[in-house]
Design a protein around this ligand. Structure first.
Ligand code: TYM
Length: 334
């Protein structure tokens, strides 16, 4: 992984269920494409996942599946570091120190905290509140230069930058200030049932969300049911949220421009367009699904990969943590 002249990329994903098409288009599809030009570090963030109630057996299964899905998406463990967050103690250790340089007020302004504390009002735990600090620790533990994320994580990244800058001012230059890398098309894939809301695995309506392991028929059926509007023109225009979302999805899986899509479906109805989007999405997910089926059966290989990944990540990040501990005034362990 570590070629010193290359910039470093870090990103993570929660194992709180199968990935959605939003996760795929907005984030993980791009991750493998960075591997030749950057040093890449990717992580399944199980510690973030427990900020909302998880069933332990399910979390374990989802974490392994998430790990296998990342491998299946093309992340090569020989080129990149790929590991499970709770296997690397640096994240929790650095997170505590960064908690002490993060303000209560700035965490209170996080829109994801506001949304989640309303949604899970029976369990507004401290971890949910300090979630963005752990995310900052993930990134800063490796001094990442770039963080590829969907648009919904931009505010968290801004917080990570602020925390890093504050630490540097208080204790002298320590952390690299990370930059977000947000894809142009597909940074915000919307719900198929309410296209004003982001597509999310926690949506109560299963038709709102495509899961990357959905089979072809399910994918096409969900697209056929997607909410659109009452005119019949396939074009990208303000106010046509449903169609705009389908065009974004279609464009990102086929590479076609919005103008090309409009010409392709001129004179045809929304029905044809929805089926075409469903088919294109199913085609694009097929290789990922096939590779996933192969990998998930090979538990020994998965274990070997995540163990090696964690060992390398821990070595790398503990060096940075040691420096941070020294700067804040902790006595060095003998
Ligand atoms: P998570 O697990 O919610 O999502 C993983 C990635 O998928 C992107 N994403 C989307 N992109 C487009 N459209 C959507 N509908 C959509 N839904 C999700 C997210 O922006 C994200 O890039 N807090 C993070 C995980 C995390 C992390 C990190 C990310 C923990 N530590 C350090 C980067 C760096 C999260 O919950 O992502």
């Amino acid at each position: 992984m570590s070629e010193p002249e290359k910039k470093l990329i870090f990103s993570g994903i929660q194992p709180s269920g199968t990935f959605t098409l939003g996760n795929y288009i907005g984030a993980i599809r791009n991750w493998s494409t960075y591997q030749d030009d950057y040093n890449c570090i990717y992580c399944v963030v199980d510690m973030h996942a427990i900020t909302v109630r998880q069933e332990p057996a399910k979390l374990r299964k989802n974490t392994l599946e998430a790990y296998a899905l990342l491998l299946a998406s093309g992340i090569d463990p020989e080129k990149s570091l790929l590991f499970i967050q709770s296997h690397v103690r640096t994240h929790a250790e650095l997170s505590w120190i960064l908690n002490c340089t993060t303000q209560f007020g700035e965490l209170s302004r996080m829109t994801q905290f506001k949304d989640k504390s309303a949604r899970y009002s029976g369990d507004v735990n401290a971890g949910l509140f300090t979630y963005p600090v752990l995310m900052a620790a993930d990134i800063l533990a490796y001094n990442a230069d770039f963080v590829p994320v969907g648009a919904d994580q931009k505010q968290h990244l801004e917080l990570a930058r602020n925390v890093a800058q504050r630490f540097n001012q208080r204790y002298s230059e320590t952390f690299t200030i990370p930059e977000p890398l947000i894809t142009k098309v597909g940074a915000r894939v919307m719900s198929l049932q309410d296209p004003t809301k982001k597509m999310s695995k926690s949506d109560d309506n299963p038709n709102a969300c495509i899961l990357v392991l959905d089979d072809r028929d399910t994918i096409i059926r969900k697209f056929k049911r997607a909410v659109t509007d009452s005119d019949a023109e396939v074009c990208y225009r303000e106010g046509k949220d449903g169609i705009n979302n389908l065009m974004t999805i279609y464009s990102s899986v086929t590479g076609k421009s919005y103008d090309d899509i409009t010409s392709e479906f001129s004179g045809k109805g929304y029905g044809d367009f929805k089926i075409a989007v469903g088919e294109a999405v199913a085609d694009s997910l097929k290789p990922l699904q096939d590779e996933f089926s192969r990998l998930i059966g090979d538990k020994a290989y998965l274990k070997e990969c995540y163990t090696k990944g964690a060992e390398a990540a821990e070595r790398y990040s503990q060096r940075i943590l040691k420096k941070v501990q020294r700067k804040v005034g902790f006595v060095e362990k003998g």
